[in-house]
Each structure stands twice: as structure tokens, then as C-alpha cells.
Write a protein that binds this ligand. Structure first.
Ligand SMILES: [Zn+2]
Ligand SMILES: [Zn+2]
Length: 399
């Protein structure tokens, strides 16, 4: 049926019929969380399901990653859809029947759900999907430590599995369940980390004049760092400097030798990311010096911001609007200040990273969080429709 978008109805009916199986699978993954680069069981399950549906499966990419490839017809385009598989080192407190059975590990970010969603779409696309071209389903390890995407790329992800575009999704607590959010341009922030050791000279609390007090120097550093956002970054640019820990001293009447600070910085624009690094180093160094102390700064580079490509984001949004109407898409969805290593994939290929509401759940990374199983059906239907739209060719039978 020319003119109308393919996929929608057939995918919707088929995925709805099978959604229950993938809820069961999601809960099984939830009960057996595996931390970054240890997703052995998860990737075995993913690989064997993909194989059972006829995918050509590559195991062990980037450590524990899996890519399932399906070629159909002679469509020239190739599409990459990505799900992350890893859990977090958090002790679960949900008390749910399907709670984690592994002490100290938990799917607190919904990657169990992302994996189940992509598998539900994978089944449909292999069994009934109407597309022509090449589909690469990318199951990524180690998103939570920001290294999985990098490892996949280093292992030749896009050389071995060339993609014309790549898409990924994340569930989002606080947004109505199953509603989609799209952002063109910067969608998630860059992240970097620093450890600052402020070294002074300890002494008796009653004789501060003969010591160099690193506590006072550290306090001024923390205060001084706040001026980077308020005085150096332009008011309309995202800039975040958060000092998350400060440790020093052991008694009220003893001036310690040193104080340790750790902090993180976030930004949307690379220029602001660089500015934050430069100013954190300058402020910490010179503030410490002004008190006769020394700041030793260890900068740990995280990853860049997720910058969505406009054309792919417009396509992604239009597929959601066709499937679910205006009610299914958040108007003017705002970028998020959290971070995501999908950023590296978008530096290699055009694409878009979008969000699906998880409803009124505990926040991500909370020990009380749980992925909302009601998302599996609409999100898998969405993946199927996106694939059938992107990989459409004149000879593709549909409708
Ligand atoms: Zn997370
Ligand atoms: Zn996550």
C-alpha cells in the first residue's frame, strides 16, 4: 500500500500476541543481573534466541557483546538497533518476586527491559518482518561504566557491521509509561570526573599559625568551583560542577595533612566541556596556592554528550507519531543531564537516542527501581516499525 507507512499493524498484532513471553524473559534477566563485561549468561540467552530465529550471530564482540544480523531482499540500506545488557553494583530493595538473586547486583537502570524489548522486536522481524536490507541488532555490554560502546567500536563494530544509521532507547521514570521523547541535537550531557588532593601541613588545632590547613583551602576550592557555572559558562549553556565527596581529618582539634575531593562535570557542548576542565584545574590549583597548600588534580575523562542527528531524529519521531499519534509522543521533550555511552556510536554513525516513559517508578539507579513491563509491547512495536520504515524498498511487500 503505497503512501502509508509499512509495519505498524502487522507488527502491533504479532508483538502483542507474544509480549507475555518477553515479560517472563525480562523478569528472568532481572533475577540474574550481571555487571559490566560479565554479561555471560545474558549474552548466551540473547545469542541463542537470535540464532533460533535465524539471525547470523556474532558473539564476544567488545568482550560480551552480541550482534545479530538479518539480511532480507536486496535493499541497500543497513540499520543498527542497540540495547544495553549490564546491571549495577546495587543491592536491590524492591522486595518483588522477580528481585535480583545475586547479592549486590541489580538491574536498576532497566537494561533488562531494553534487552527484552529488542529481542521481542527481533522475533517479529525475523518471523514476519516486511523489510528489505540489512538489520544489525547490537547487544552492548558495560554501558554503566562507559566502556562498552568504545570496546565494540574498537572491535570493529561498524567495519564488520556497517550501518547507515544507529538508534538506541532508554526508559525514563517520571514520564508517562510508553510515551516517547525525542530530542534533536544534544540529548544527554558529557561527563568527566576529577579527584583533587589538597595537601597542607597538619598540626595542633590550637596552633593554626604553625600549620597549613587543607580543610580551609578545600572549603574555598568547593566554593570557588561554584563560580565556574555562574561566572564562566554562558547562562544559556548547560554546565554542571558537582563536588560529590570531601574527606579529611579525624578529630576536632587536629589539623590534618590533606583533604580529598571528588567531583563530576557535565555539559552539552564540547567547548563548555573543555572550559569546565580548564577552570576546575585553575581554580583548584590557585585557591590551594593562595592558602599555602597544594592541589594535586587527577582528571578522568568520561564520555562526550549524546548528540542526535536531526534527520534520523525526525524519522524516529515520525515513526512514533504514525504508530501512536500525538498522545504517544511527549511534546518538546527536554534533553537530559545524565550521560550515556551511546554518544560514541553517534560519533561514528548518524542516528538518534530517544526515551520511553517508565511511568511513576523510582528513579534510575535507585535500589527501589523496577523496569515497567508495560513498555515491552509498545517499544518493541516501535523498533519493528522503525526497521520496516528505514529498510523499506520498492520491492518490499507490505500493507
Ligand atoms: Zn544506568
Ligand atoms: Zn541505563
Amino acid at each position: 500500500m503505497s503512501g502509508s507507512r509499512p509495519g505498524g499493524e502487522a507488527a502491533r498484532r504479532s508483538i502483542a500476541r507474544h509480549a507475555g513471553e518477553f515479560v517472563v524473559l525480562r523478569r528472568d534477566l532481572h533475577q540474574h543481573p550481571e555487571l559490566a563485561f560479565a554479561e555471560e549468561r545474558t549474552s548466551r540467552i540473547v545469542a541463542s534466541l537470535l540464532e533460533s530465529w535465524g539471525y547470523e550471530v556474532t558473539r564476544g564482540l567488545g568482550g560480551t557483546g552480541v550482534v545479530g544480523t538479518l539480511r532480507r531482499g536486496n535493499g541497500p540500506r543497513a540499520l543498527g538497533l542497540r540495547a544495553d545488557m549490564d546491571a549495577l553494583p546495587i543491592a536491590e530493595e524492591t522486595g518483588l518476586p522477580h528481585a535480583s538473586r545475586t547479592a549486590g547486583a541489580m538491574h536498576a537502570c532497566g537494561h533488562d527491559g531494553h534487552t527484552a524489548i529488542l529481542l521481542a522486536a527481533a522475533r517479529y522481524l525475523a518471523v514476519e518482518g516486511g523489510f528489505s536490507g540489512t538489520l544489525h541488532l547490537i547487544f552492548q555490554p558495560a554501558e554503566e561504566i562507559g566502556q562498552g560502546a568504545r570496546r565494540l567500536i574498537a572491535d570493529g563494530l561498524f567495519d564488520r557491521f556497517p550501518c547507515d544509521a544507529v538508534f538506541g532507547l532508554h526508559n525514563w521514570p517520571g514520564v508517562s509509561a510508553g510515551r516517547f521523547g525525542f530530542v534533536a541535537g544534544p540529548a544527554m550531557a558529557s561527563v568527566d570526573w576529577a579527584r583533587i588532593r589538597v595537601a597542607g601541613r597538619g598540626g595542633h588545632g590550637a596552633e593554626p599559625h604553625s600549620a597549613v590547613d587543607p580543610v580551609v583551602a578545600a572549603a574555598h576550592i568547593v566554593t570557588g568551583l561554584q563560580t565556574i557555572v555562574s561566572r564562566n559558562a554562558a547562562p544559556l549553556d548547560l554546565a554542571i560542577v558537582t563536588v560529590g565527596s570531601i574527606h579529611g581529618g579525624s578529630a576536632a582539634n587536629v589539623i590534618p595533612d590533606r583533604v580529598d575531593l571528588t567531583l563530576t562535570t557535565r555539559a552539552f557542548r564540547p567547548e563548555i566541556r573543555q572550559l569546565l576542565e580548564k577552570r576546575v584545574k585553575t581554580v583548584a590549583t590557585l585557591q590551594a596556592e593562595s592558602f599555602g597548600a597544594l592541589a594535586d588534580i587527577e582528571w578522568k575523562e568520561g564520555f562526550p554528550s549524546v548528540v542526535n542527528h536531526r534527520r534520523e531524529t525526525d524519522l524516529a519521531r515520525s515513526v512514533a507519531l504514525d504508530l501512536f499519534g500525538e498522545a504517544g509522543v511527549e511534546p518538546d521533550f527536554a534533553p537530559r543531564t545524565a550521560s550515556e555511552d551511546f554518544a560514541f556510536l553517534l560519533q561514528e554513525r548518524p542516528g538518534s537516542y530517544f526515551f520511553v516513559g517508565n511511568g511513576d517508578s523510582a528513579p534510575l539507579h535507585s535500589p527501589r527501581y523496577d523496569f515497567n513491563d508495560a513498555l515491552i509491547e509498545p517499544a518493541a512495536t516501535y523498533w519493528a516499525a522503525l526497521a520496516e520504515t528505514f529498510l523499506v524498498s520498492p520491492e518490499t511487500p507490505h500493507g
